[in-house]
Design a protein around this ligand. Structure first.
Ligand SMILES: [Zn+2]
Ligand SMILES: [Zn+2]
Length: 310
């Protein structure tokens, strides 16, 4: 059991066997996830400073961008291109969000698109209720293994496979860096009122728990609350508030209609912060070939409008 915490690909009984198990909450395997939540209580001892709060918010935004733009739009859907070094950087960056490795994330997500809101969809509120789709599914042993057959394009890179297998390395380094920065600030910028322990609690625990639940809201709420522009085969919705907290992922009905464009806010008024940032990154040459929303999809929107007018 302990070995699984340091090697996510360690399944002595075989991946197929694990994946065939019935769904249930597996407390032992979920301990790191529980620690992340309970760790927020350390704030009682770590205390408050405006700097620590600012850091927690900034780290939320920076890492939500990595989940949205890289784990989702790059690794899961390949909506733009980058270099090999670029994709490694994006995998490390996304890993700081503590949502496991990019390959596991993409394998689960590609499965979600293939079976959206059908019985095999591991996080469908329609099939399993709100709470299971929000948080329950991630505690189930059967959803732990990475299904490498779904991500052959990504598994061809040993460096990405390594990060996925040892998905604890980046979060540990992230925590150490936070503590070190906090300690350095205490010494050289005491006016900020922070220290190593405080910055660690706000940046590692609190910021990350908000980040997890922000992302989880797309699995749960974005299939329940909001409007449906497209009559997709699933229950996906467009929701402005979810788009705001996830930097663009709330336009989830758009996304289920067409998943292969770099933008999810299809119209100019659909705020999609991740897309704007990707656009700026494309000017630097770090990424390129951002895939657009096809004309046929815009034509569908136009046709639906004509229908309502008539
Ligand atoms: Zn979905
Ligand atoms: Zn997707």
């Amino acid at each position: 059991m302990l070995k699984q915490w340091v090697d996510s690909d360690y399944h002595p009984e075989g991946e197929e066997v694990v994946r065939a198990r019935p769904d249930k909450v597996d407390i032992k395997r979920t301990v790191p996830f529980i620690i992340l939540h309970v760790g927020c209580l350390l704030v009682i001892w770590a205390g408050f400073s405006w700097f620590a709060v600012f850091a927690a918010v900034a780290l939320y935004v920076i890492r939500m961008f990595a989940i949205t733009a890289f784990y989702h739009r790059y690794f899961s859907h390949r909506t733009f291109r980058t270099s090999r070094a670029g994709q490694f950087l994006f995998a490390v960056w996304g890993n700081t969000a503590m949502q496991r490795g990019a390959l596991w994330w993409a394998s689960v997500h590609r499965h979600h698109h293939q079976h959206s809101d059908e019985v095999p969809d591991v996080h469908s509120p329609k099939q399993f209720g709100f709470w299971w789709s929000h948080i329950g599914w991630i505690t189930s042993q059967r959803n732990f293994p990475t299904d490498y057959s779904r991500i052959k394009d990504l598994a061809a890179f040993p460096e990405l496979k390594f990060l996925n297998r040892h998905d604890q390395v980046v979060p540990i380094v992230y925590g150490i860096v936070l503590w070190a920065v906090g300690a350095a600030l205490e010494r050289w910028a005491p006016g900020l009122g922070t220290n190593g322990f405080q910055l660690f609690v706000w940046g590692f625990f609190i910021s990350t728990v908000f980040l997890l639940h922000g992302t989880f809201c797309i699995n749960s709420m974005a299939h329940v609350l909001g409007s449906r522009r497209f009559k997709t085969d699933d229950d996906s919705r467009n929701n402005f508030w979810l788009a705001l907290i996830t930097l663009g992922e709330g336009w989830h009905n758009n996304h289920h209609r067409y998943a292969f464009s770099a933008r999810q806010g299809f119209m100019w008024w659909e705020i999609d912060m991740s897309y704007y940032a990707l656009k700026v990154m494309s000017w630097t040459g770090l990424i390129w070939d951002l895939r657009p929303v096809p004309k046929a999809v815009y034509a569908e929107i136009g046709a639906a409008r004509e229908e309502t007018k008539a």
